[in-house]
Design a binder for this molecule. Sequence first.
Ligand SMILES: Cc1cc2nc3c(=O)[nH]c(=O)nc-3n(C[C@H](O)[C@H](O)[C@H](O)COP(=O)(O)O)c2cc1C
Length: 167
Amino acid sequence: MKSIVIFYSLEGHTKLVAQILAQELNADLLELELVKPLPNKGFRKYFWCGKSSVFREKPELKTEIPDLSQYDAIIIGTPVWVGNCASPINTILSVVNRSHKLEGKRIGMLITNLGGSIKKCIKQIEKAFPNNEFLKPLHFVNPSENDKEEIISKIRMWIEKTKQVIS
Ligand SMILES: Cc1cc2nc3c(=O)[nH]c(=O)nc-3n(C[C@H](O)[C@H](O)[C@H](O)COP(=O)(O)O)c2cc1C
């Protein structure tokens, strides 16, 4: 079973968990980077990132996307922005829809936020992968370096539960 964790992270929370998840799954790891990075501090961060998410913008990716058909499982990692997936995820989802007609894959989601709803974000990802099988979403509320052991144990439990489908 070949897996990849594809993620975007503005402030490092999703990145921390994505790195651990990829390690535990023995999966490839792909961080999405933007041609024009979004601001990651203060009011500008909330304004520009919030706006790009609300308007479902698709900021241009600097990262090259490999051929995803080689993977059996694809896990999309994102923070929640104003109830939606972070806007760079819109870009990868549209690329997947346009040029990587994927079917029969296992699709996972790694979502981090401050505790609000993740339903809209889940729906966005589900919509982009018709004819694929979805794993139970993996959700973390504001994970940090401090709770690394907790993150590892939650991921191991998730892997254990989804073992039949991802190993
Ligand atoms: C523009 C913006 C909007 C956000 N909107 C939400 C939200 O609607 N609900 C929520 O629970 N957290 C929200 N957050 C918090 C992030 O989802 C959370 O801090 C996340 O773990 C950050 O991940 P990252 O460090 O990988 O960027 C928002 C953060 C930003 C920057």
